[in-house]
Design a protein around this ligand. Structure first.
Ligand code: SF4
Length: 477
């Protein structure tokens, strides 16, 4: 049986795309290789949001090249945003690559592999599928015991933030019908999944395809609300009652509507954490970035979410050193971090990306200043994170257990309702994977929590063995 090895860079959308690639490959007879040297197909799923990710691709291609040269017939493929952005140019930079494939063309991979096997020259296929039949369904991996899954609800982005290459590499927004989304989640839950994360570049701009026109024609508030993102969340909660947690990423602050805030207040299935990218706390920079909200509006929306769900925590994405960012702008970002009380952050130094409007802004911030600002931002968020994690010691949290902790620790790991990673000790002989358990926190680590299991709330139906073991655990804890 032929083997594949997939290396993924970038965001959760890319991680999800890699899962689709693996499904497509398994369906055409491949199995996963334990290391690249054993693979008949080496595939790099790329990210182009930052320059560094592109450098990583070129360096990895250099690492993979000898495997291809050592074994006749090994195929080297590149997909993801760099493939979409560079197309033929990538083949000129790395002529030993066999296939360059855009994210919308993943289903064509087996056919392209066959063409290469029959001696075709290197192939580039980077066509956006605007009619979009390609929202492939996620299926639980047959060999893995998975309780969490991603479900794509929309693709592309119409926002045009001036620093971002995504609208160029992923195209305009396309939305998936609610019936398809609900059907996929129902199937996943039947297969044992208990937490779903809805995915989209601006996930909360989702609306039922074609619903805009319908809503304005009928002027029906109900039609508008059920066909919008908050309506989708309510429908999933109602129609898939065995789903325990429903997350979404990444929302755009512009689309945090009153209906979405109300959904957080009403729906137990929505956990107490939202990752809401902000990028900067300076209105001047937010305008230069074309983010289309002010710091005050962002704060008002996060306040509303916190009010709707007491205990809700927030994390965000930031860019430091955007062209023209002054000390004062950066101080405003730190002020926003304090005001919102973020407990985690993904922060990056600005790097110019091809084809983006920010290229023309000039006024570069030096690398030294960017490094300093990044370090200060991380230090502040880490202080807040530590205070938050310490505040949880002695408290009970609900953890959906995803499997053993990395390394041979004898512990299990999962995420709390606020998305903290929790390493827990289960009763001896009991594997709580797939269960929603109560954990009493006894210690904060640097970015996670430690605790011991004190109760089991629910379990995934995985047959009699699991049921018996849980009943046993119930008596023991
Ligand atoms: S919202 Fe802005 S940052 Fe996010 S994908 Fe769209 S253009 Fe890029």
């Amino acid at each position: 049986m032929k083997q594949y090895f997939v290396q993924t860079f970038g965001c959760q959308m890319n991680v999800h795309d890699s899962r689709r690639i693996e499904e497509v490959l398994r369906a055409s007879g491949y199995r996963e290789a334990s290391e690249p040297a054993l693979a008949d197909l080496l595939l790099v799923n790329t990210c182009s949001v930052r320059e560094k990710a592109e450098h990583k691709l070129m360096s990895l291609l250099g690492t993979f090249r000898p495997f291809k040269e050592a074994q006749r017939g090994t195929i080297l493929a590149v997909t993801g945003c760099v493939a979409q952005q560079e197309g033929e140019r990538l083949l000129r930079k790395a002529p030993f690559v066999d296939i360059v494939l855009g994210p919308d063309n993943i289903p064509e991979l087996p056919a392209l592999i066959r063409q290469v096997e029959h001696g075709a020259p290197p192939i580039t296929r980077t066509v956006f599928d605007m009619d979009d039949p390609q929202f492939l369904r996620a299926k639980p991996h047959a060999d893995r015991r998975e309780v969490t899954a991603y479900v794509t609800v929309m693709k592309g982005c119409d926002e045009r933030c001036t620093f971002c290459i995504v609208p160029y590499t992923r195209g305009s927004e396309r939305y998936r019908p609610a019936d398809q989304i609900v059907g996929e989640i129902r199937d996943l839950v039947q297969g044992g999944v208990r937490e779903v994360t809805l995915l989209g570049q601006t996930v909360n701009s989702w609306h039922e395809p074609g619903a805009d026109a319908e809503a304005s024609k009928s002027e029906s508030r109900l039609a508008a609300s059920t066909s919008r993102f908050a309506g989708l969340l309510r429908r999933i909660a109602e129609e898939v009652p065995d789903l325990w947690r429903l997350r979404y990423t990444s929302p755009h602050p512009r689309h945090i509507t009153a209906e979405l805030v109300a959904a957080h207040a009403d729906l137990r299935v929505l956990p107490s954490h939202v990752h809401l990218p902000v990028q900067s706390g300076s209105d001047r920079l937010l305008r230069r970035m074309a983010r289309r909200y002010t710091a005050e509006e962002y704060i008002a929306r996060t306040d509303a979410l916190k009010q709707a769900k007491p205990g809700l925590t927030l994390s965000a994405d930031f860019i430091v050193g955007f062209p023209g960012e002054s000390d004062e702008d950066f101080e405003q970002t730190l002020e926003l971090v304090r005001r919102v009380g973020f407990v985690a952050a993904f922060a990056f130094k600005y790097s110019p990306r091809p084809y983006t409007p920010a290229l023309k802004l000039g006024d570069e911030v030096s690398e030294e200043v960017k490094d300093d600002r990044l370090a200060r931002l991380f230090a502040l968020v880490e202080t807040q994170q530590q205070a938050h994690l310490r505040s949880l010691v002695g408290q009970n949290v609900q953890v959906l257990v995803e499997g053993p902790s990395p390394g041979d620790t004898g512990r299990f790991a999962g995420r709390s309702e606020r998305n903290e990673i929790v390493h827990l000790i289960a009763p001896e002989g009991h594997d709580p994977t797939g269960e929603l358990v109560t954990v009493t926190i006894d210690e904060p680590f640097r970015h996670s929590l430690s605790g011991y299991m004190t109760g089991a709330e629910g379990l995934v139906d995985r047959g009699p063995r699991m049921r018996l073991s849980v009943l046993g655990a119930g008596g023991a804890v």
